[in-house]
Ligand binder design. Structure first.
Ligand code: ADP
Length: 190
């Protein structure tokens, strides 16, 4: 049997493994969670990393279809997303979650469960979100066509100590994206 030439042995070295991480975007509707997380997703994919994006709107049509907007259903929504994020994270995927996820305690619960976790508070004043009204939902909520809309007639609990705050009313989309990319790059477990 021929021995392998010594130069080719290096190719057998395992590459430095990617570590899993959940990056959880929370904030009011229209604050910018989807915009920022989609851009971050693209950047990470372009770097050749394994990434998944669990976006609240899509999740509610699939994984958590049938859940409503009562406190218990909102908590259940967060828990199910957290469960999937945990499975992916422990398999070394970078998971981007963008969901209003209004309850602080529920976010803390998934943080504890997942461990490798950074919280991004996508912050804009209600008045700004309402003016953007990306999906026309604030107007509907104000007209009474939909109930239990976060910020109007349902609570939002801002994080006390998030790893990153994106103040989207005062910073550019590029600045917000850069903050998140920086937090991912310096996360201690990576
Ligand atoms: P959410 O996912 O939180 O409901 P979206 O991402 O759908 O919010 O909408 C946010 C809107 O705010 C978009 O129209 C986006 O272009 C705008 N926007 C303005 N500045 C920023 C910023 N710095 N980061 C993110 N979005 C911003």
């Amino acid at each position: 049997m021929m021995l392998q030439p010594i130069e080719s042995l290096e190719l057998l070295e395992p590459r430095i493994a990617q570590k899993g991480l959940t990056v959880w975007f929370t904030g009011l509707s229209g604050a910018g969670k989807t915009t920022i997380s989609q851009a971050v997703y693209k950047k990470l994919i372009d770097q050749g990393l394994k990434v998944e994006h669990l976006d609240g709107d899509l999740v509610r049509q699939t994984l958590t279809k049938g859940l409503g907007f009562s406190q218990s259903d909102r908590i259940e929504n967060i828990r199910r997303i957290g469960f999937v994020a945990h499975l992916l994270t422990r398999n070394d995927v970078i998971v981007l979650v963008s969901a209003i996820s209004p309850y602080r305690a529920a976010r803390e619960e998934v943080r504890q469960q997942i461990g490798s976790f950074v919280e991004i508070f996508v912050d804009a004043p209600l008045s700004v979100c309402e003016q953007r009204d990306v999906k026309g939902l604030y107007q509907k909520a104000r007209n009474g066509e939909i109930q239990r809309f976060t910020g109007i007639d349902d609570p939002y609990e801002a994080p006390f100590d998030p790893e990153v705050i994106c103040s989207t009313a005062t910073e550019s989309i590029e600045q917000s994206i850069a903050k998140v990319m920086n937090a991912i790059a310096i996360f201690p477990a990576r």
